[in-house]
Ligand binder design. Structure first.
Ligand code: NGO
Length: 518
């Protein structure tokens, strides 16, 4: 017993030595595998080392900056064991520390950009706004070895190559959608996803909160929506819903990570869960049965009944009050059983309700068939001519073309989850397109950004969701952040491969596509 213990300790010690001696000190910052790729990286040929004396200094007493510093400390301390502390200061700290500074002297950085200057003595992270500091912190994480993502104590050293990174996003909207209606995903799953979005500098989480198969957020004035309409999901499972308190908890958790939550209540189609819960919302006046299949386009609210608009006003009012973000998503897709002469006035009236509750309208591209209100945004998913109708009305476009950006599409015919009605989307297909040149007539100036929707007909838990999300989410993050001229698949796939270790350390169940040399 003792002998074998000694023997295995020798092996373990030797392994550590081999690992340590195999990890050369990083000296070339341009070799760092950062996703999304920064706007500019200049190397300086030396390196900075985290030690037991390293602390994180934030300039001034702002609670928000201290929180960002603490976020970094909480990521670095478990694996390094270095016990970094967050301190406020009004002067440059001593050698060996990290400094976070807000300065408006560099307008090019905008609301989300940052500059990271790394010397052997100091890491100085500067931004015009806190969001930029938060993104600089994500870059610092990615500059350290992959094992920084583990939450147990790891062997150092913890070194970063010296140089300067200047970085800011191409688009203001870099999002993903979670369909929690077809299958319900609980608060913990959504929080993990928010952290994954933030890690890749994405800033919007669109929640598809209602559909034929389920209503997933408590509305106090219409309690049967969740009491009855939340009770099932695709395949007939038990479904579920967020209480308003839980929804607010998600919104707050997201805001602390600079992610804006956009609630979607899909209407007038995709409404069976509501129609099953309240007979008065039906044209027939009779409640439908709950639905757990995957057909689309068979349900509609009664667009000519006053009670329908009272219902929508109550729902928008309650959700808008819980949602600090600027948008309310009204769905509007695939209303195949709503006559077009009913659909148009319906969408017009619902837009007024949204505006009356202080939110801007977002909707799937079909809403451009109606008269769009000022500041409405059209989410292009299916028909370019709809998106163009939106542009002709002065609306902005959110790019989610199903052939490129639907993250619920299968990778290829062997994929175990996902659909393929729009396309098979391999990891390179997901990356190799440019939102600003995809549709003639829709250019950079018309586009607010990109969003990857994860529809959930075929996935029912976190692992299944991650199989579809990763490793494509990184590509969408880079399309949203990095200037198109700096993007190139052959170079990107090398960076993505290095994120395999990071995803493993973060316990992400990614699909190991053969397009990438992991
Ligand atoms: C469509 C449809 C959804 C489906 C999804 C599946 C839109 C906007 N409406 O996208 O209901 O879940 O495809 O890929």
């Amino acid at each position: 017993m003792k002998k074998s213990f000694t023997f295995s300790s020798v092996i373990a010690a030797a392994t550590v030595l081999v690992q340590v001696s195999c990890t050369p000190t990083p000296m070339d910052l341009t070799k760092a595998n950062i996703i999304p790729k920064p706007v500019s990286v200049v190397q300086a040929g030396e390196s900075f080392k985290l030690t037991g004396r390293t602390n994180i200094y934030v300039q001034g007493e702002s609670a928000e900056l201290i929180q960002i510093g603490q976020f970094l400390a909480d990521k670095l301390n478990p694996p390094t064991g270095l016990g970094l502390e967050v301190k406020s200061t009004d002067k440059a700290p001593r050698s060996g520390n990290i400094l976070l500074v807000i300065s408006e002297a560099d307008p090019e950085l905008g609301d989300e950009g940052y500059e990271l200057v790394i010397t052997p003595k100091l890491i100085t992270l500067t931004a015009g706004k806190p969001a930029g500091l938060f993104y600089g912190v994500q870059t610092i994480r990615q500059l350290l070895p992959a094992k920084i993502e583990l939450d147990s104590l790891q062997e150092g050293p913890w070194e970063i190559a010296s140089g300067t990174i200047r970085d800011y996003p191409l688009y203001v909207y870099r999002g993903a959608m979670r369909d929690v209606a077809r299958h319900f995903f609980g608060v913990e799953d959504i929080k993990i996803f928010i952290d994954q979005l933030a890690y890749y500098k994405m800033n919007v989480l669109h929640l598809h909160l209602s559909d034929d198969q389920g209503w997933r957020v408590e509305i106090k004035s219409w309690p049967n929506l969740t009491a009855h309409g939340g009770k099932t999901q695709v395949g007939g499972g038990e479904g579920g819903f967020y209480t308003q308190e839980q929804y607010s908890d998600i919104v707050k958790y997201a805001a602390e990570r600079y992610v804006t939550v956009i609630p979607e209540i899909d209407m007038p189609g995709h409404t069976n869960a509501a129609l099953a819960s309240y007979p008065e919302l039906n044209i027939s006046g009779v409640a439908t049965e709950l639905y757990s299949g995957t057909e689309v386009g068979f349900s509609t609210l009664a667009t000519d009944k006053e009670i329908t608009y009272k219902f929508i006003d109550d729902v928008v009012s309650e959700l808008a009050a819980l949602t600090p973000g600027p948008y309310f998503h009204i769905g509007g897709d695939e209303s195949h059983v709503t006559k077009i002469e009913d659909y148009i006035p319906f969408v017009n009236r619902v837009q007024d309700i949204v505006l009356a509750h202080g939110k801007k309208v977002l909707g799937w591209d079909e809403i451009a068939l109606a008269t769009l209100k000022p500041d409405a945004t059209v989410q292009y998913w299916a028909r370019a001519e709809n998106a163009l109708k939106g542009v002709a009305q002065g609306a902005k476009v959110l790019m989610s073309p199903s052939k490129y950006a639907y993250i619920d599409m299968q990778y290829d015919s062997t994929s175990i989850y996902g659909l393929h009605w729009a396309a098979y989307i391999e990891v390179d297909d997901a990356y190799n397109w440019d939102p600003a040149t995809l549709v003639p007539g829709i250019g950079r100036e018309n586009i607010i950004g990109i969003e990857a929707p994860l529809w959930a007909e075929t996935i029912s838990n976190r692992q299944e969701a991650e199989y579809l999300l990763f490793p494509r989410l990184q590509g969408y993050a880079e399309i949203g952040w990095t200037p198109a001229g700096l993007r190139n698949w052959d170079e990107y796939k090398v960076r993505l491969a290095s994120h395999g270790e990071r995803m493993k350390a973060q316990k992400i169940s990614f699909y190991p596509s053969t397009k990438v040399d992991w």
